[in-house]
Design a protein around this ligand. Structure first.
Ligand code: SF4
Length: 290
């Protein structure tokens, strides 16, 4: 059996930037509080927890002086910054530059078209999406799929006679976003009313093609990802669609020997939130199974 790790898998630039920044701050100045998990991967969170990174669900969870709050790569709505300042938090902002740019584009779209509507293709309740919607005080329609788009149109939530600016969460599937935009374009009262913003992260978009090829050219695919990772779900579904012998695991302990045959060529890959060290750990364990 041969085992190969996908060289394009592993953290994206935004996650590397946030984790490197957190580790530097932890080494220099001690405890640090991340608003929400810095990365959707339990194993990596455990490693950072040992270094002093604490995850909090709300700004009210920790009181007292000298608290430092880390804003993760997903970003936050403006009100988080306002409340943090009022509560005396020192804020270190590691919002990914790609996300910051989308947040700015949403504010600009709103300012440019007073009767315009903002539509976001993304996961309802996802931190990045909440940050995007927060740029226009929540006045945006979030749709997760074509069905929800149709419902929003039927209920009048999206008015086809008024301008629409559509944006995508950075980690969504490029193919699905294109289908959604094509469907919406075909329904607008006039073609000029729809502005499509190409906001899927380039690192994610290019990974789709590379990963399809990787999954197609291996007998078995082991996809390593945290259960909470939105990008992990999208990419593992992509692998399953081209290779039915795709298995998703959170770590090496979840491997099942019955998945493999001695002459298999096994590919190990993961999401933008999966650390390289975890991919290596899983690859070593697979080799030890036979
Ligand atoms: S997936 Fe892209 S946009 Fe999202 S954090 Fe990573 S680099 Fe930034």
């Amino acid at each position: 059996m041969t085992v190969e790790i996908d060289r394009n898998s592993g953290f994206c630039g935004g996650v590397i930037r946030a984790i490197d920044g957190a580790e530097k701050l932890l080494a220099e100045s001690g405890p640090l509080f991340s608003l929400g998990a810095i990365v959707h991967n339990e194993a990596e969170l455990g490693r950072l927890r040992e270094k002093g990174l604490r995850t909090v669900d709300s700004l009210q969870s920790v009181l007292g002086n000298g608290r430092t709050l880390l804003i993760r790569a997903h970003g936050e709505p403006p009100q988080t910054y306002r409340i943090a300042e009022e509560m005396g938090w020192k804020v270190v902002d590691f919002t990914c530059p790609v996300v910051l740019k989308i947040q700015k584009s949403i504010r600009e779209a709103r300012a440019a078209k007073k009767d315009g509507q903002i539509v976001i293709f993304g996961k309802i309740g996802h931190a990045e999406v909440l940050g995007l919607v927060g740029q226009v005080d929540g006045d945006a329609s979030v749709v997760e799929n074509l069905h929800q788009l149709q419902e929003a149109i039927a209920s009048g939530k999206i008015d086809l006679n008024r301008p629409v600016d559509i944006f995508s969460q950075t980690t969504k599937s490029p193919v699905e976003y294109e289908e959604l935009c094509t469907s919406l374009a075909g329904r607008m009262a006039s073609p000029g009313l729809l502005t499509v913003h190409n906001t899927i992260c380039r690192q994610v978009a290019s990974r789709h093609d590379e990963l399809s090829e990787f999954a197609r050219t291996h007998d078995v695919v082991v996809f390593v990802s945290g259960r909470e990772s939105s990008n992990g779900r999208v990419l593992s579904d992509l692998c399953k669609s081209v290779n039915p012998r795709t298995y998703v695991v959170g770590n090496a302990s979840e491997l099942d020997p019955s998945w493999f045959s001695p002459d298999d060529n096994v590919g190990v890959c993961g999401a933008t939130s999966t650390p390289k060290w975890l991919l290596e750990e899983v690859a070593v364990q697979i080799k030890n199974l036979h």
